[in-house]
Design a protein around this ligand. Structure first.
Ligand SMILES: [Zn+2]
Ligand SMILES: [Zn+2]
Ligand SMILES: [Zn+2]
Length: 126
């Protein structure tokens, strides 16, 4: 995969502090999706409005996935198609690869995307 910083620069986006910090955070936590609020609380020196703007940009550029968990929008790096399994007791998440292929099963639709929320009980909570 193309280096994300390079991708931004090649597309004409400057590597501003909020972009770099949000990116670094998403990379560090790649198997767990976080909401803008969560990210805002966990990184220092970037205001909430900037976090929202950066996430919207990353979503547009397909650097980050926007995923809905209930009513909450959460973000994670757009690595290979994947799903998250969420522990029903503690909320711990794990990423699993997606092997669904809806490619051309729907007539008159293209660019099919899907989301799936899986829940379970993690080993710690069992
Ligand atoms: Zn994800
Ligand atoms: Zn658990
Ligand atoms: Zn899938």
């Amino acid at each position: 995969m193309e280096n994300i910083e390079e991708k931004l620069v090649n597309l004409g986006y400057k590597l501003t502090k909020p972009r770099v910090k949000v990116l670094r955070f998403l990379r560090k936590t790649s198997s767990t999706p976080y909401s803008a609020q969560d990210i805002f609380k966990k990184i220092q020196g970037v205001d909430l409005a900037s976090v929202y703007r950066v996430l919207a940009l990353f979503n547009d550029l397909e650097i980050a996935n926007e995923e809905f968990f209930g009513k909450e929008k959460k973000y994670c790096l757009a690595t290979n198609p994947h799903h998250h399994v969420v522990c029903r007791r503690c909320g711990k998440t794990k990423m699993v690869e997606c092997d669904h292929d809806y490619g051309n099963k729907f007539q008159n639709f293209s660019d099919i995307r899907h989301q799936l929320i899986l829940t379970g009980i993690c080993n710690k909570c069992k």
